[in-house]
Design a protein around this ligand. Structure first.
Ligand SMILES: Cc1ncc(COP(=O)(O)O)c(C=O)c1O
Length: 385
């Protein structure tokens, strides 16, 4: 048996140490300091966007992005149910109500085919304001239909790219000029997380990207307590302290400088897993659509219905072999906290419910080596075949 194989371990190198050392020796450790702007500029530019506003984590990055929309109480935002609770919180904390869509059984991202039907049902009352596609586990959402819907109904699109640093989407594949675009670079606003298990990490951290100077200005203000520019300590709006520190940004900048290497390693891990798991008939593996370059943020697998255990039971067996896993998200519509608030009771989204019970993700971090993947896949075969 191999020693414990964690789901993820961050890799921090010499450059991170150098940049952090500069913060400490110069004393620039708060949210002032040049690494913030350097990191914002480099990440926005990598994703093909004009403005980057660093935030203290991905959850508040989503909250600030939705904060730009000026929702009125009860306004609706479409989100997938199969995602982290942060997406729903961002809407609710801004006074809105999330409207949930089931996920695609293959990509596990929002099912774009169900979007239009849902919109037709709810558009009449004028409360629908935005759509939040979430690129799940590193696979891009099919953005063309989302952007078409956004134009047709005048909806703002906020991409949650927290799990998809460096992933790419072939925009306009049915047009004369299809172009590969990075996730987080296709919507009115996008949000990233830089938590320690993400492809780029600052420990805790996040960023909102936009091309719109109005949103950029608004994000700057929301992030910093809505300070009045002309009169210090005079506030006309409620803001937040969502600031990132120069030390975090220093770590982030060092990582952005080797993003290509990070993405290549993640894609290698994903492809290596696939080669070894593809002959097991009773599990579903991550896909990569022809219009997508996915980054396998986490390598998820879903047990078939005919496997007589759920993901938790399977995880317990893997744990006994020193293999750490994580369960898939529990859908937003099944979260007890929302039921207590009277939200989503009685809703059923069958794909989300099935994969929440039958899905888990395997060790997927950048430190993973081939012999560890060989071992993990051999154990899985022994248990399932
Ligand atoms: C899809 C998605 N959105 C948002 C977040 C929130 O990011 P954070 O943990 O930095 O608050 C996460 C966190 O993992 C996530 O997976």
């Amino acid at each position: 048996m191999l020693p414990w194989i964690p789901v993820n371990e961050p890799i921090l190198k010499q450059k991170e140490l150098e940049y952090v050392t500069e913060c400490i020796s110069s004393g620039w450790i708060s949210s002032a300091g040049h690494f913030i702007e350097d990191f914002e500029r480099e990440w926005a530019s990598y994703c093909g966007m004009k403005y980057g506003l660093a935030m203290s984590n991905g959850t508040v990055a989503l909250q600030a992005a939705i904060g730009c929309l000026g929702l009125k109480p009860g306004d609706h935002v479409l989100i997938p149910s199969f995602t982290i609770i942060s997406c729903a919180l961002a809407v609710i904390y801004n006074g809105g109500i999330p409207v949930l869509i089931d996920c695609d059984p293959d990509t596990w991202c929002i099912d774009v085919k169900q979007l239009e039907n849902k919109i037709e049902d709810i558009i009449k009352d004028g409360k629908l304001k935005a759509i939040m596609p979430v690129h799940i586990y590193g696979h891009p959402v099919d953005m063309d239909p989302i952007l078409a819907i956004s134009k047709k109904y005048g909806l703002i699109v906020i991409e949650d790219a927290a799990e998809a640093h460096g992933a790419e989407y072939l925009l306009g594949r049915n047009t004369e000029k299809p172009t590969w675009r990075r996730c987080g670079g296709m919507a009115h606003l996008s949000a990233f997380s830089f938590y320690a298990n993400k492809l780029i990490t600052t420990g805790e951290g996040g960023m909102v990207l936009t091309n719109d100077p109005f949103y950029a200005e608004r994000l700057l203000s929301l992030r910093n307590l809505c300070f009045n520019k002309k009169r210090r300590f005079h506030h006309e709006e409620l803001g937040y302290n969502f600031r990132m520190t120069n030390i975090q940004a220093a770590i982030g900048l060092a990582q952005v400088e080797r993003i290509e290497e990070i993405v290549a390693k993640k894609r290698y891990i994903g492809q290596y897993y696939r080669e070894r798991l593809k002959e097991i008939p009773c599990i579903k593996l991550p896909v990569e659509r022809e219009w997508a370059k996915q980054v396998y943020w986490m390598y998820g697998i879903v047990l078939d219905e005919n496997v007589n255990m759920n993901a938790n039971e399977f995880a317990e067996i893997l744990k006994k072999h020193n293999i750490e896993t994580r369960p898939f998200f529990l859908g937003i519509h099944e979260q007890p906290v929302f039921h207590k608030m009277g939200l989503f009771t009685g809703e059923h989204l069958p794909v989300t419910e099935r994969i929440a019970r039958k899905g888990l993700y395997l060790p997927s971090g950048l430190t993973l080596n081939e012999s560890q993947i060989d071992y993990v896949t051999e154990v899985i075969k022994k248990v399932l075949l």
